[in-house]
Design a protein around this ligand. Structure first.
Ligand code: ARG
Ligand code: ZN
Length: 470
């Protein structure tokens, strides 16, 4: 249509026409509700549609004496569509107020969905700020596989672990690994307590009110399941690796002696990983050792993995460190891609042993094939129970095949392409997807392209095949 023709139309007609044209080009002026989930194959309601978070500023006040958390979350996000409303994931707790762009917003809650209706619709591409004030006693969740996650109270404190969906128990957010963001997590606790989170400690301020504020900052993007907050009477030690990466360890006092020996190896492991996988992706490294019996597993919380008490076994320490490259810097696009985390971290353990007078990865691989391994597989399922790229349900995303058969997939690639191309592939994968997300299909395409080998048989048999590979 010509402009001259337009100018002859009455004003309301022009407006209607404009709305229509913009609607046709996808640039809707009027918003519509953002989706309440990202349709993850295992956790369809995790995360939300219509926006991507850029930054979380979480201000959390916690009192270990009564277990009460009070939080203010300031979430800076970019609208990916016109939004009349959007959702945040939040489990439990009481929402006290919500504002968007400084204006009070209406909200309601159903299940773990907090739906926010801003006073004015948000435009596609608009960067907007949502403030949520909330509080109460956070409640841990029980995973599909029976383990605990979320905000967990410990002897004299608390720990937050969020794989896969536990982070919604302590802050509202877009809780799916595909939406990574930077974080400022400020924890205020009574004097005498330590409060530890991801990234770097920017300040520690003793208030006159008997409370200490710890301001933590994660400058590199982080998936929300990797966020942590740990409160308790921890013993803190700091240091640096040979190449200058800052170290921050927090250990519960009764585990200090028993964990000291292994933790002392962490700097060497960081250097080794940087050689094998490329530069360590974060500004800081470390470990958090929890009181015994708090948690049944370790988790690779970004920059500072948590460990369920002493001893912190060498293989486990290495495993959680390896996740910093594989899982944390390169994160899965969906929970179906878990083997990209666990297969790689497990293979890293094999490589570490191979480089330190232990069994070679080839020997490990053969032991699994022969059913002759010292790994206790009985607890869950054998390594061949299902194809690692396709766990049969959410209760299996941390199952043995995801770890061990996932590692065997990598070893099969190594057998096909040889050491030189294989190690270049590991480094290239970490470098090219640094701070991003990737899927299994991204990996298989990348591996073929980088190595120049047709690996279809490996994918068919080892990654996707139902039968036990021979
Ligand atoms: N990602 C953790 C690790 O391998 C294990 C998490 C286990 N969680 C669970 N629900 N089973 O280091
Ligand atoms: Zn792992």
């Amino acid at each position: 249509m010509e402009h001259r023709a337009l100018s002859r139309l009455a004003a309301p007609a022009v407006a209607a026409l404009l709305a229509l044209t913009t609607a046709c080009t996808g640039e809707t002026v009027q918003g519509r509700p953002g989706a309440s989930g990202l349709r993850d194959p295992y956790f369809p309601k995790a995360g939300n549609g219509g926006y991507q978070v850029e930054h979380y500023a979480l201000d959390l006040d916690y009192d270990p004496a009564d277990g009460e958390l009070h939080g203010k979350a300031v979430i800076t996000a970019r609208a990916e569509q016109g939004l009349s409303s959007f959702n945040l994931d939040l489990s439990g707790l009481k929402v006290e107020s919500v504002s968007v762009q400084g204006e009070g917003a209406r909200y309601n809650r159903t299940g773990n969905e907090l739906t926010v209706r801003p006073a004015e619709d948000l435009k596609k591409g608009e960067v907007f700020r949502t403030e949520v004030e909330y509080g109460g006693k956070p409640k841990a969740l029980v995973d599909a596989d029976g383990s605990k996650e979320g905000w967990i109270t410990t002897e004299g404190g608390a720990v937050a672990v969020g794989e896969p969906v536990g982070s919604m128990t302590w802050f509202p957010g877009n809780h799916h690994p595909s939406d990574k963001a930077t974080y400022d997590i400020t924890l205020t606790v009574p004097h005498g307590y330590e409060a530890v989170s991801n990234g770097e400690l920017r300040s520690r301020t003793e208030g006159a009110d008997g409370r200490t504020e710890f301001a933590w900052q994660s400058r590199e993007p982080m998936a929300s399941y990797l966020a942590t907050a740990v409160v308790g009477p921890y013993k803190v030690t700091t240091g640096r690796t040979a190449s200058g990466i800052a170290l921050y360890n927090a250990v519960t006092p009764e585990q200090a002696v028993a964990s000291a020996g292994e933790l002392a190896r962490l700097p060497e492991m960081v250097e080794w990983g940087s050689g094998r996988f490329g530069a360590y992706p974060f500004g800081t490294a470390g470990a958090i050792v929890l009181p015994a019996e708090t948690l049944g597993y370790a988790l690779e919380t970004q920059t500072k993995p948590v460990f369920p008490g002493a001893p912190v076994e060498e293989g486990l320490l290495l495993h959680e460190l390896a996740h910093q490259w594989f899982g944390n810097s390169v994160s899965p696009k969906s929970w179906k891609d878990m083997w990209l985390n666990e297969g790689f971290a497990t293979y890293a353990e094999w490589l570490w042993d191979e480089d330190h007078d232990g069994p070679t990865a080839q020997e490990r691989f053969e032991a699994f094939l022969a059913g002759d391994t010292d790994v206790d597989l009985a607890a869950d399922s054998d390594w061949d129970a299902f194809p690692p790229a396709s766990p049969p349900g959410p209760e299996h995303i941390s199952g043995n095949p995801v770890y061990y058969r996932g590692a065997m997939v990598l070893h099969r690639i190594r057998q096909e392409v040889g050491d030189e191309k294989f190690f270049a592939l590991l480094r290239g994968w970490a470098a090219d997807h640094r701070y991003g997300n990737a899927s299994t299909a991204d990996f298989t395409a990348y591996a073929q392209e980088q190595t120049g080998h047709d690996l279809k048989k490996v994918w068919d048999v080892w990654l996707y095949g139902k039968a036990r590979p021979k």
